[in-house]
Design a binder for this molecule. Structure first.
Ligand SMILES: NC(=O)C1=CN([C@@H]2O[C@H](COP(=O)(O)OP(=O)(O)OC[C@H]3O[C@@H](n4cnc5c(N)ncnc54)[C@H](O)[C@@H]3O)[C@@H](O)[C@H]2O)C=CC1
Ligand SMILES: O=P(O)(O)OC[C@H]1O[C@](O)(CO)[C@@H](O)[C@@H]1O
Length: 382
């Protein structure tokens, strides 16, 4: 009997089911989803398949099969066993959750290397530069020295960039609505088993920075400014030409940095910007500004989509006024259902916006960037 290739994917959410898990299933793998959400796991085990539907007028859909689910809190032993049999282990769980799943992955790896030296490829699919390196660091904190030596040459860690807009879904169904476009870029020089839709590169830096500082920066600009204007969705916000212009101007700032840092062709990059603004206009996605703006503490981090391009532009003597406006709008994102937004508002009320920029974004209080953000914060607040 032919053994089916196995993969373990942590996070049976939007990207897990709608993108990465779906690609593995379509490449002939059995996908074991691991999640803490019991209802999702039970549904996956009961229904054994779901639909991925495209956000287009025709609503084309594909059936995703050969899937099962495990709860990582209640079924640790089973997760460890699944890791023993897997060729790939991927995550799409949120960068802040990586440290929480690392101990179980470490256990899975330890038990695996004691019985096999078959190769295992670990890839974190999160919106964060170096997410797999971060996961690896957390996993290594839970491995003994002997195992760390043993995994050399059998467990591989690859960084990646994931790009597909998947909005919040109807919670009663496993089906997932996704945009037609996707890109999954994985950094490695190894020859690895084929997964349909996975693009391999030797150097991820230009890909992830171009993606993060165009798709995610652009999306964040729309989300935070749209929220301030009382808009519900991304496409609704963008239907205002002024807003489309504001996004384009901001992305020209990140673009100037990217063109300089990676020698990109300016005209090609402008096309890439415009192509992404068109992606954001997809009204079939019905994508909420509060989803895209979620977790503003993470999004205002020093290496994330708003602060890093602004500090890089400042260092390179490039313009960052529009980025400063987006950062100011992020400071005004007071969505009561977002824990991080609530925390930022509490910090601002107590210590002011410059304090938030210092503690969360690691910006000097007397830097020109901080001064510009604070100036625009007060302008926007009026
Ligand atoms: N939704 C999108 O359009 C895109 C999202 N991403 C990235 O993909 C990652 C996942 O995002 P989404 O799929 O949108 O989020 P999601 O919220 O739909 O899915 C995350 C899943 O992780 C599970 N989870 C949370 N804590 C857990 C834990 N301790 N143990 C096990 N499972 C846990 C949740 O129950 C949920 O099912 C994030 O890093 C995001 O930035 C990247 C590109 C596109
Ligand atoms: O998933 P995050 O990092 O919270 O940010 C939302 C962003 O990620 C995406 O989900 C896709 O890249 C976008 O929709 C949005 O730019």
């Amino acid at each position: 009997m032919m053994t089916v290739k196995q993969t373990v994917h942590f996070g049976a959410g939007n990207i897990g089911r709608g993108f990465i898990g779906a690609l593995f299933s379509q490449s002939g793998y059995h996908v074991t989803f691991v999640d803490i959400a019991d209802e999702i796991i039970q549904k996956i085990n009961e229904e054994k398949s779901y639909q991925v539907q495209l956000a287009t007028e025709q609503k084309e859909s594909v059936t995703i099969e050969h899937v099962s689910g495990l709860n990582n809190i209640k079924q640790e032993e089973e997760v460890v066993a699944a890791i023993q049999n897997a060729t790939y282990l991927t995550t799409a769980i949120g960068p802040n959750i990586l440290p929480r799943i690392a101990p179980l992955i470490a256990r899975g790896i330890s038990e695996r290397v004691s019985v096999t030296n078959e190769k295992l490829y670990i890839i974190a699919c999160e919106n964060q530069i170096g997410a797999t390196d971060i996961l690896k660091k957390h996993i290594f904190e839970h491995l003994d020295e002997e195992t760390k030596g043993e995994i050399e040459g059998s467990v591989y860690f690859f960084n990646s960039a994931v790009d597909r807009i998947v909005p919040i879904q109807d919670q009663d169904s496993l089906d997932v609505l996704v945009e037609p476009y996707y890109e999954w870029v994985v950094e490695t020089t190894e020859t690895i088993p084929t997964v349909e839709g996975m693009k391999i590169v030797e150097d991820l830096a230009p890909f992830i920075e171009r993606k993060l500082f165009t798709v995610n920066t652009g999306h964040a600009v729309i989300a935070y400014l749209g929220y301030l204007e009382g808009k519900e969705t991304i496409d609704q916000t963008l239907s205002d030409e002024k807003m489309a212009n504001q996004v384009r101007e901001t992305l020209k700032e990140t673009g100037a940095y990217l063109v300089k840092a990676y020698g990109l062709n300016e005209a090609d990059h402008l096309n890439y910007i415009n192509k992404n603004i068109e992606r954001f206009k997809n009204s079939y996605l019905n994508d909420g500004v509060t989803r895209v703006g979620r977790a503003p503490i993470r999004k205002l981090g020093p290496e994330d989509r708003l602060i890093r391009p602004a500090t890089q532009a400042q260092k390179a003597g490039l313009s960052y006024t529009n980025l400063a406006k987006a950062i100011a709008a992020a400071l005004l994102f007071d969505h009561p259902q977002d824990e991080e937004a609530v925390k930022i508002q509490e910090m601002i009320n107590e210590y002011g916006p410059a304090y938030v920029l210092k503690t969360i974004s690691k910006l000097d209080e007397d830097s020109d960037l901080t001064k510009e953000v604070v100036r625009q914060y007060h302008e926007l607040k009026k």
